[in-house]
Ligand binder design. Structure first.
Ligand SMILES: [Ca+2]
Length: 269
């Protein structure tokens, strides 16, 4: 029965007070929709699959995001692509309805207006700009109200990227999205992540430049088994990690709940 006791929610807050001067953006957001309900324009049905597919060196000069007007055929994550006019080559990390993220660009540059293809005239996009540095954005929503439920003994691990102040990771819910952002209190109709891995958080990140904004996380491990929301680990002197209004809950007696910690080990209090 313990999982059905009244849930206590803690609103968490903001490291963002560690203010940084607003700097002009030198990069373009590469926005992929994460939706457990697989609604329109969904790129990934889980944040973990986004993290795995989009993970790259965002800081490399050979990593660029391009706009396009729609995919003809299909472009698999990790596919090798070629510019029909330029002859440039790259790896397509992921392609959304309107953008494509290319890494390892060689023999470039890619040219605005050219076909970037896996198979020419069959599987391609026509890019409409010359590319820009990328901010990797996971835009999370639940169009059917389903939680993103983490598999047994798993957590979301943000690791293996290279980031910097301009080219960072942003995991968020859009406040203007009716399926995205909570209104400041727990809402089962909005995007939320449900974890249960004892001694592990819902999300761990060890990347230097990360923004996590407006997530709901719940953790069903017993309170003496470290039910933590977010662990920020391995932060170096050159980093900027912002956790903005997100909230965590446990569905058990939460009198000793510590919903998140930073920095520290998973389960740190
Ligand atoms: Ca990774």
């Amino acid at each position: 029965m313990k999982f059905f006791k009244p849930t206590i929610y803690l609103a968490i807050i903001a490291v963002s007070a560690m203010l940084l001067v607003n700097r002009a953006s030198a990069a373009t957001e590469f926005v992929a929709i994460v939706d457990p309900d697989n609604g329109p324009s969904t790129s990934f049905t889980s944040l973990s699959s986004w993290e795995t597919a989009v993970q790259c060196d965002l800081t490399a000069a050979t990593t660029l995001v391009f706009s396009h007007s729609g995919i003809t055929g299909s472009i698999a994550n990790g596919a090798s692509v070629t510019g029909a006019t330029s002859g440039a080559t790259a790896t397509a990390e992921h392609t959304t309805d309107s953008q494509i993220l290319l890494t390892g660009i060689a023999s470039g540059p890619f040219q605005s207006g050219e076909q970037v293809y896996v198979t020419q005239n069959v599987h391609y996009v026509v890019i409409s700009d010359a590319g820009d540095g990328a901010i990797a954005v996971a835009q999370c929503r639940s169009t059917g109200g389903s939680a993103e439920t983490l598999a047994f003994e798993t957590y979301i691990n943000i690791t293996g990227w290279t980031t910097d102040a301009d080219n960072y990771i942003k995991i968020w819910t859009d406040p203007d999205d009716p399926y995205g952002r909570h209104s400041g209190k727990w809402d089962n109709s909005k995007y939320r992540i449900s974890g249960s891995y004892e001694w592990f958080p819902v999300i761990s990140t060890d990347e230097a430049y990360v923004r996590i904004d407006g997530l709901q996380m719940e953790h069903s491990a017993d309170r003496d088994q470290g039910p933590v929301g977010i662990v920020v680990d391995a932060v170096t002197t050159s980093s900027d990690v912002r956790i903005q209004p997100s909230m965590s809950s446990v569905t058990i007696d939460a009198t000793e709940l510590v919903p998140w910690s930073m920095p520290g080990e998973p389960g740190a209090r």
